[in-house]
Design a protein around this ligand. Structure first.
Ligand SMILES: Cc1cc2nc3c(=O)[nH]c(=O)nc-3n(C[C@H](O)[C@H](O)[C@H](O)COP(=O)(O)OP(=O)(O)OC[C@H]3O[C@@H](n4cnc5c(N)ncnc54)[C@H](O)[C@@H]3O)c2cc1C
Length: 386
């Protein structure tokens, strides 16, 4: 379908596709097998300006549009969902600095993030807090010009690789979610180390690591925005980042669909009515996911104020579609589908994780239902006032 991309968007799509096919495709199996972080690829993406697309122009970026991120993530994930995640996580970590950081924090970090000199990560999840953000146990105690962080974060993408970590910690436990604050913690800060590195099913090239804080002294200048606003910043950051996860899922689905279409065509399987139905459904579901994703991205980029529900749509639907498509692709390819040579088994492994990270799809459904309830309450109040 034609989504009337601008000339700039088409050029970005072309650039991302070239990077994916020339730099990532030749090494994707090796990166997956060894669960090796794609350092050289991310470095080259930085050189080619791909890490500047989520940074505003005044800080050395090219604008920070969600649509650009969606286009880039989709193209990279069409070849490798793991590299796409490693790339997109820098935007997830940079988001709070862009939107809630002080002028000094923006000037200090954003230009270097735009070039890829600094990579970012976002540290929210703990053993007892992920879906239940308010239950964060990591503490941040004020001590003169410093905050002292103690606690352990788990499942942090780009953990140990990134130089800059946006970390959520409770600066006042008695206030629950309203006591959570966000901090910028630089790699190398005394008291900040890395724990277990996870060995995962999918997106294996994207590193997933524990962050350990033991009396880690963070300068008070590294507090993001206001104390006690970390929960709100996190939710607003997710609203802008979730379409990126949807785009990664869409790219994985597109990659699997192309593999299976090629396979069925070459083997004359497209004559079978069963196969015809399957590929027709696949094509329709992918296009529906893309239309939903792009519409959400355009809505956010147009300056919409509240897009929590739409951001969840844009994460939930493409990631469910990615699982449906990759599962169907393996089914249609039969024994070849489970062979590493045909790549759809990797795509299925990568797709599964897109339903889990950045808020599981069950949490997306809960978010959507909450927003619908709010909308109904608002309508009811307006009806009563009439
Ligand atoms: C590969 C990978 C990369 C990740 N990267 C990052 C990262 O960079 N930064 C970061 O902070 N986190 C990251 N995460 C963590 C991820 O976002 C969380 O694991 C995820 O949101 C689930 O939260 P949880 O760990 O608390 O699990 P739980 O909430 O304990 O989930 C367990 C199950 O319970 C269900 N559940 C929980 N609450 C509800 C509810 N209210 N209603 C219905 N079902 C519910 C969940 O859907 C899930 O099925 C990553 C995770 C993975 C796997």
């Amino acid at each position: 379908m034609d989504y009337f991309l601008t000339d700039e968007e088409k050029a970005l799509q072309e650039k991302a596709r070239t990077i994916a096919e020339t730099l990532i495709l030749p090494v994707r199996d090796e990166l997956d097998e060894k669960a090796e972080f794609p350092r050289e690829i991310i470095k080259e993406m930085g050189k080619q300006g791909m890490l500047s697309i989520f940074i505003p122009k005044e800080f050395g970026g090219t604008g920070g549009k969600i649509m650009d991120m969606c286009i880039a993530c989709e193209e990279v994930a069409r070849v490798c969902g793991g590299v796409a995640t490693a790339y997109a996580v820098s935007a997830l970590g940079a988001g709070p600095i862009i939107f809630f950081g002080t002028e000094e924090q923006k000037k200090k970090y954003l230009p270097k993030i735009a070039t890829g000199e600094l990579l970012c990560a976002f540290g929210l999840t703990e053993a007892q807090a992920g879906s239940d953000v308010a239950n964060i146990q990591t503490t941040a105690q004020r001590d003169g010009d410093f905050y002292i962080l103690n606690g352990v974060k788990q499942f942090i993408s780009n953990g140990s690789i990134a130089e800059i970590y946006v970390v959520l910690a409770s600066s006042d436990k008695s206030k629950g979610a309203r006591g959570i604050s966000a901090f910028i913690v630089e790699k190398g800060t005394p008291g900040f180390s890395f724990g277990k590195e996870e060995n995962k099913l999918g997106i294996r090239t994207s590193t997933t690591t524990e962050l350990v804080f033991e009396d880690c002294r963070v300068p008070k200048e590294n507090l993001m925005g206001k104390e006690g606003f970390g929960f709100i910043y996190t939710m607003r950051n997710f609203d802008r980042a979730r379409p990126g996860v949807g785009a990664i899922a869409l790219g994985i689905a597109q990659g699997a669909y192309e593999e299976v279409l090629d396979f069925t065509y070459r083997r004359n399987l497209l004559n079978s009515q069963y196969v015809q139905r399957k590929v027709a459904d696949m094509a329709t579901e992918i296009e529906a996911a893309r239309a939903l994703l792009y519409a959400t991205a355009r809505m956010i980029d147009s300056g919409a104020k509240n897009f929590t529900k739409e951001a969840s749509f844009a994460k939930l639907y493409p990631s469910d579609v990615a699982m449906i498509i990759t599962t169907a692709a393996i089914e249609l390819m039969g024994p070849y589908g489970v062979l590493k040579d045909y790549h759809v088994e990797k795509m299925l492994r990568d797709a599964k994780i897109s339903q889990i990270y950045e808020g599981t799809n069950e949490i997306q459904r809960a978010v959507i239902a909450l927003e619908l309830t709010r909308e109904m309450g608002k309508r009811e109040r307006q009806r009563r006032e009439r």
